[in-house]
Design a protein around this ligand. Structure first.
Ligand code: HMG
Length: 435
């Protein structure tokens, strides 16, 4: 069977499934049923989802959960989280509850600048190019006026455009490096439209005013946004870190700070440590219709900004105070994109009180910090498996196709016994044999 196809995009959804089934599942007559069982019976809602991407053949569900009891800058939130991994929502909820009674989280937006670049080559003198860019500088603004008008009304727009000479790194390579304020929009379309106009202006002006040859390579926003930065933090008296029966607050604080310091200097640990932070961040970003790939790429570049991949969070003990914090770049939007299209995204944003992009940056950063607090608290006390496996129990039971009665019995049994895959398997087998 040939696995290539021409004109696939033009087929109807049902014809696409016919092709998939015939090509890959000729011996599996269940494939079509699996795909179709996720279709929504509300045809309008289904069409909306079909049209988010291309070649849609079904929906892929992710759980939408909520973590209550977050206190951020004195305001209570229930944070929506979309994620497939068990224990993440429970961990966020537990950390939220812990900090609620200790003053809650503080968060502050440090800056909101976004970046875009026109990449081009020029084979003439860089001094001549510099002078030329200065002469046409105002045209970049005037020729994008129709694109920037509404954004300027909302308080945003183009903040700065400068020439970067990169020809020492790559022959003849220069950039227009532009800074933008996009207010409540993530701003990708706005920035890219401005950049493409800059490129047109630059090419046209260069053809009559420059001696050398100028070639536009590409125009695109950057997902590296170190100046679109938010800080989240918690602090309390060390004596308030008193929830663990087996560890005194001082010993816990010291172990916790040591765990963070290890992630600051050891990349193998830092990657896992930051993965735990992204458990919280990605989950809120997905639930609120933002682009987690853009955030992931920008965050990990930021974590490497000093030449070594390092922890995003930091912790210290000063006198009798414990402080735990994180600065993180987050380019988010609360208007545009999926935010006004996806019914669950709209509901999530409404639950958060229709936040501005700045407020959402704070909420998302706090979710990441809370997640890291929960993970580190488990790692430095009980170990991660105890809580994680407790939450994972249902998945293991579903794998073994446990009945509702079997589930009830095993959940009760594992309240006082350690969950491992083999322990669940053995206990379930014993139960089944005894019946
Ligand atoms: P616990 O103390 O056994 O829970 O913790 P509890 O039953 O005593 O309940 C306390 C609170 O926890 C609850 O309060 C909830 O807030 C929350 P309540 O609602 O009763 O007033 N909670 C739950 N929320 C929703 N559903 C539940 C639930 N259970 C508790 N079923 C817990 C259990 C899992 C929370 C704890 O052990 C924990 O925080 N563990 C850390 C888990 C974690 O970090 N998971 C992330 C995945 S692991 C990973 O990928 C990242 C990692 O590698 C990162 C790194 O290395 O840094 C670890």
């Amino acid at each position: 069977m040939q696995n290539t196809v021409s004109g696939f995009s033009k087929l109807s959804k049902s014809e696409k499934i016919d092709w998939i089934v015939a090509t890959y599942f000729s011996k599996n007559n269940n494939a079509r049923t699996v795909l179709e069982q996720y279709w929504n019976s509300n045809s309008k809602l289904q069409q909306l989802h079909d049209e988010f991407i291309e070649n849609t053949i079904t929906n892929f569900y992710l759980p939408f959960g909520v973590a209550p009891n977050f206190l951020i800058n004195g305001k209570s939130y229930t944070i929506p989280m979309t994620i497939e991994e068990s224990s993440v929502v429970a961990a966020a909820s537990k950390a939220a509850k812990f900090w609620y009674s200790r003053g809650g989280f503080k968060a502050e937006v440090i800056s909101t600048k976004k970046i875009g670049q026109v990449h081009f080559t020029y084979d003439g003198s860089s001094t001549e190019l510099n002078t030329f860019i200065n002469t046409i500088h105002s045209k970049f603004f005037s020729e994008t006026a129709s694109i920037t008008r509404s954004m300027e009304k909302r308080g945003g727009g183009i903040l700065d455009i400068k020439l970067n000479d990169k020809s020492d790194d790559l022959d003849n390579y220069f950039q227009l490096h532009a800074t933008f304020e996009t207010m409540d929009a993530m701003g990708a379309n706005f920035i890219n439209s401005c950049l493409e106009q800059f490129a047109k202006t630059l090419k046209r002006e260069a053809s009559t005013n420059l001696k050398g040859n100028l070639e536009i390579i590409m125009s695109i926003l950057s997902n590296y946004v170190p100046e679109c930065l938010v800080r989240a933090e918690v602090s309390c008296n060390i004596s308030e870190l008193n929830e663990n029966r087996n560890l005194q607050p001082e010993a816990f604080a010291e172990k916790f700070v040591q765990a963070v310091k290890i992630a600051e200097i050891e990349p193998y640990r830092a990657v896992t440590h930051n993965k735990g932070i992204m458990n919280g961040i990605d989950a809120v970003i997905l639930a609120t219709g933002n682009d987690f790939r853009a955030v992931e790429a920008g965050v990990h570049a930021f974590a490497s900004r000093n030449g070594r991949y390092s922890s995003l969070t930091h912790a210290e003990i000063k006198g009798d105070r414990f402080r735990f914090w994180m600065d993180i770049p987050l380019a988010l939007g609360t208007v545009g994109g999926l935010t006004s299209l996806h019914p669950l995204v709209k509901l999530a944003l409404e639950m958060l009180g229709r936040p501005s992009a700045r407020e959402l940056m704070q909420i998302v950063a706090v979710a990441g910090l809370a997640q890291n607090f929960a993970a580190l608290r488990s790692l430095t006390t009980t170990g991660i498996q105890e809580g994680h496996m407790k939450m994972h129990l249902m998945n293991i039971l579903n794998q073994f196709e446990a009945t509702p009665e079997e589930k009830d019995k095993l959940v009760a049994y594992f309240k006082t016994n350690t969950v491992t895959h083999s322990a669940v398997s053995e206990t379930l087998n014993r139960l089944r044999q005894s019946n």
